[in-house]
Write a new protein. Structure first.
Length: 424
């Protein structure tokens, strides 16, 4: 959500952002509604002031004058009884439009309507040249008894999985490895619930536009979060932190749930696109300072790259285009990791800076050193998500005999140097 004052004073910049991000929003309608709300609010406030003044005067008036004042007060009250609900309804309509206003993207973002305009900025590592015919991750899993995909589909439906043996232990080792890396970087580790209230999803920005991606529980009393960011972004909602209390830097481990609506037929085989997964998420709430936000952006991106490098995986860095980055993003950089069986890179990390867009939605504020209450800036990035990263690890690190090499950084967590077939 953008500052309404900013929208009024910079309509062309907002209009350009709407166009660049492909948002379905009529800015002229929003501005006209804003003017209507302002006019009606002034009228309501004037009537409220008149009613209060009349009430005070009636208390001091002579008995023969009081009845006329009482009647006047009733008349004003009747007008307010009609106008106040109208004002609340118009304010609600305006807020719904404000929820659709996009953040102004940074000047370095590629301008284009979709991911075909994303720009590769650099590549780390080289794809492996195999001296044998490599298997894809599903074939490796089946060869070694590392998962039960058919029974998972029977008990939980499509895009489900059950990891078994070494692969299950490997997943847990990877999550702890990533969490330890974040703690070493000074982040506070958290475990967060999977259930979230609706207001947290509005504060995060997932509602209203991506409601179809969220699982609803018990008729809308709660929802299953698609990322820990939803909950982290609402932890301090409504509070006014001191400037000394920011930045807040969190690393949260949680199960995540996504309906994957609109992705029918895509990545239905194996572990690439599933309904439930586990993730260590990076999150920062910092001062409303662009330079500080930029520094944290580079920090979050650097931590994700360090993790991929420790996992000995080749990857590339992608500057995401305006039309692909979403409503609230000021800047987004994705890390895409090499998948040998597909002969291409696939996204494993998404680093985002949102300035105060989420903070205004969620009420994330702090009091600066001059005593002014300001909205904070927020950022987030994946640290590590499973099981998707297992696809890259299995395929890139496989041996000819079907076993899989475990990167040195993870070996202490797993207690072995390679994944081996699991006894049936």
């Amino acid at each position: 959500m953008l500052d309404l004052k900013f929208i009024r004073e910079n309509p062309e910049a907002v209009r350009r952002a709407i166009e660049q991000k492909g948002v379905s929003l009529d800015l002229d309608q929003l501005l006209a509604l804003d003017r209507e709300v302002q006019a009606l609010r002034r009228r309501v406030e004037a009537l409220q002031a008149e009613r209060n003044a009349n009430a005070k005067a009636a208390a001091r008036a002579k008995p023969e004058e009081r009845q006329a004042m009482v009647e006047k007060g009733k008349a004003i009250g009747e007008q307010l009884a009609h106008l106040e609900p109208e004002l609340r309804e118009l304010e609600k309509q305006l807020k719904n439009l404000l929820y659709l206003t996009p953040t102004i993207p940074w000047e370095g973002a590629p301008v284009g309507p979709d991911d075909s305009f994303n720009r590769e900025t650099r590549v780390h590592g080289k794809p492996r040249t195999f001296l044998f015919e490599p298997l894809d991750h599903v074939a490796l899993i089946e060869k070694n008894g590392w998962a039960d995909l058919e029974r998972a589909a029977k008990v939980s439906g499509s895009r489900s999985y059950i990891l078994r043996g070494d692969l299950m232990l490997y997943e847990q080792a990877l999550l702890r490895f990533a969490l330890d890396r974040m703690v070493q970087a000074g982040f506070t580790p958290l475990s967060v619930p999977s259930l979230t209230k609706e207001e947290a999803l509005w504060g995060h920005g997932q509602f209203p536009t991506a409601r179809d991606q969220v699982y609803e529980v018990n008729g809308g009393e709660a929802y299953l979060a698609g990322t820990a960011e939803v909950l982290l972004n609402y932890l301090h909602a409504g509070e006014i932190l001191s400037e000394e209390e920011v930045p807040k830097t969190y690393a949260a481990l949680s199960p995540c749930f996504r309906s994957e609506a609109g992705s029918a037929g895509r990545d239905v085989r194996g572990l690439m696109r599933v309904h439930q997964f586990n993730k260590v998420e990076q999150y920062v709430l910092c001062r409303a300072d662009l330079e500080e936000s930029n520094r944290w952006f580079e920090t979050l991106l650097g931590l994700a790259e360090e993790i991929l490098q420790a996992l000995e995986l080749p990857y590339r860095v992608i500057e995401v285009s305006t039309g692909d980055m979403g409503l609230g993003k000021y800047r987004q950089v994705d890390l895409e990791t090499w998948v040998p069986s597909e002969n291409r890179y696939r996204e494993t990390h998404s680093c985002s800076a949102l300035l105060d867009w989420q903070a205004r939605r969620a009420g994330l504020r702090y009091r600066d050193q001059e005593g002014k209450v300001r909205y904070a800036y927020t950022l987030n990035n994946t640290a590590l998500a499973t099981p998707r990263i297992l696809v890259m690890l299995l395929e890139n690190h496989q041996n000819e005999d079907g076993t899989v090499y475990v990167p040195k950084a993870v070996q202490p967590y797993l207690g072995k140097e390679r994944l081996e077939p699991w006894p049936w």
